[in-house]
Ligand binder design. Structure first.
Ligand code: UDP
Length: 225
């Protein structure tokens, strides 16, 4: 991060950080507004990612203060869409691949934890709008506030794929956030951006892309976690 910030400083380049909803940790308030300071475990197995991203935001804003580097910080929430890797390990890729292969759908914990999924095209539009914005350096949530439990997602994927896969319940990873939902009022106000692709359409595109891989013989069993 420091090397890239140095490069941006030397070249006078605008700097976009793809930060993350993980800076909020396992949030105690919902939806998460950018001013929320978060609830992050500093030493657990997720800490290197969460704290790494938090420290990056700190460093970025110091470069802005000290050297006037033009910085932008997008906090990305769960994103999905065609061209995810089947072995990515994320919930939507895992569920769709498992459903299409007729393998058990692996739910971690009881599936009551929630996530809010943003279709990749919306995500890119939001990042482009932030990068193009004339002067906004505070973090901006770029995500879709449409929140679902993991169990609901499994049922939606089963219905959309017409799969007969069974649900299996596995251990919940440590520090897995129980809720996640962005407040996007700032993105709407500052960027004039809001997601346009709903879960129905986004999932259909995603399933179609994985089906194509299946038809081409490119979709194989993946280790879920
Ligand atoms: N998850 C699940 N089964 C899977 C993969 C993920 O139940 O096969 C859960 C995971 O525990 C988490 C949610 O789905 O609660 C989203 O996980 P993902 O890895 O996609 O994103 P993140 O945890 O970074 O939000």
């Amino acid at each position: 991060m420091q090397n890239l910030l140095e490069l941006a400083r030397l070249k006078g380049a605008r700097f976009l950080q793809s930060s993350t909803s993980e800076v909020y940790g396992d949030p105690l308030q919902s939806p998460q507004v950018e001013d929320y300071k978060g609830n992050v475990n500093t030493y657990g197995p997720r800490a290197c990612y969460d704290e790494g991203k938090r420290a990056a935001e700190t460093l970025i804003l110091e470069y802005r203060r000290a050297y006037g580097v033009e910085t932008r910080i997008a906090r990305i929430f769960n994103t999905y869409g065609p061209r995810m890797r089947p072995d990515d390990g994320r919930v939507i890729s895992n569920f769709v691949v498992e459903a299409l292969l007729g393998e058990p759908i692996t739910i971690y914990g009881d599936g009551s934890q929630t996530r809010s999924f943003c279709y990749v095209e919306d995500q890119i539009d939001g990042l482009m709008a932030l990068m193009a914005s004339p002067d906004w350096h505070q973090p901006v949530n770029i995500g879709n506030p449409d929140e679902h439990s993991v169990l609901e997602m499994a049922e939606i994927v089963l219905a959309k794929t017409g799969s007969g896969s069974k649900l299996v319940f596995c251990d919940l990873p440590q520090d897995d956030p129980m809720i996640r939902r962005p407040c996007i009022a700032r993105a709407k106000e500052v960027l004039g951006w809001a997601p346009r692709v709903g879960l129905d359409e986004g999932l259909e595109q995603t399933i179609a892309a994985f089906l194509k891989e299946l038809d081409n013989g490119q979709l194989h069993h993946v280790a879920a976690q």
